[in-house]
Design a protein around this ligand. Structure first.
Ligand SMILES: CCCCCCCCCCCCCCCC(=O)SCCNC(=O)CCNC(=O)[C@H](O)C(C)(C)COP(=O)(O)OP(=O)(O)OC[C@H]1O[C@@H](n2cnc3c(N)ncnc32)[C@H](O)[C@@H]1OP(=O)(O)O
Length: 194
């Protein structure tokens, strides 16, 4: 079962997550954090184009429709693509904390196959925070927000400085992200680690 490994159990000194006062209002779309992100970027032709919407507290919902480009077995979503959808959904939670963080660990359960053409309805929440470590979980359902569970994940994200991307990313993409005219994406990339 996802989340069963010791490193996904919050330590005793973990605290409840605190929604940032400037987090998007419940119901608001979060938008993409980067034009070319495979998970959420509008400029990524075969990407997931996942759309996340803020919920109450440090929780959100997201939707992703499985396209023919996302197949593994004929007519079925590739498991890695489903893990990406979970990862992207969980990663989007960090915007509600106004924290930049990257996935350290992601554990997934695949419960039901997900056919091409299906819209996966995802729901995710941060469960605990301990220093730089952010613990979260997500579930993806078929046929609607209350439909049968297809996938589940537990994750540990680790807070990083923007330098993480500048030090490790390719200069051309970093430059492009820095000059992105989209103000929301720039805010998500650069205004969270003052
Ligand atoms: C200029 C342009 C800007 C653009 C701005 C864009 C902003 C928005 C981008 C977001 C993108 C979203 C997209 C979706 C989310 C991804 O997919 S992110 C991409 C996939 N993830 C990665 O590439 C991460 C690669 N790994 C790393 O860089 C490093 O291992 C990490 C995770 C930063 C940790 O390294 P570190 O900073 O040296 O921290 P470290 O001291 O090792 O660990 C800190 C704590 O975390 C624990 N930990 C670390 N890794 C693990 C693990 N794998 N398992 C368990 N515990 C762990 C450690 O045990 C430690 O615990 P404590 O000792 O404090 O109790």
């Amino acid at each position: 079962m996802s989340g069963s490994s010791a490193s996904l159990q919050p330590p005793a000194d973990a605290v409840k997550p605190v929604r940032h006062p400037d987090a998007p209002a419940p119901g608001d779309l979060l938008g993409a954090h980067y034009e070319h992100c495979f998970g959420c970027g509008p400029g990524q032709p075969h990407g997931l184009h996942l759309e996340a919407r803020a919920g109450e507290g440090v929780a959100l919902t997201a939707e992703f429709t499985v396209q023919p480009a996302h197949q593994g077995a004929p007519g079925l979503a590739h498991g890695g693509v489903l893990a990406t959808a979970l990862d992207e959904t969980l990663g989007s939670l960090n915007w509600l904390l106004r924290t930049v963080a990257v996935t350290g660990r992601l554990e997934t359960d695949y419960v039901r196959p997900v056919p091409v053409g299906t819209t996966l309805h995802l729901a995710a929440e941060v469960t605990a925070v301990a220093g730089r470590k952010i613990y979260s979980r997500a579930v993806g359902r078929l046929d609607g927000p209350d439909g049968p569970v297809a996938v589940r994940a537990d994750a540990l994200f680790v807070e990083v400085k923007v330098d993480h991307f500048i030090d490790h990313g390719r200069p051309e993409e970093i430059r492009a992200a820095m000059s992105d005219p989209d103000q929301v994406r720039r805010a998500r990339a650069f205004e969270v680690n003052p």
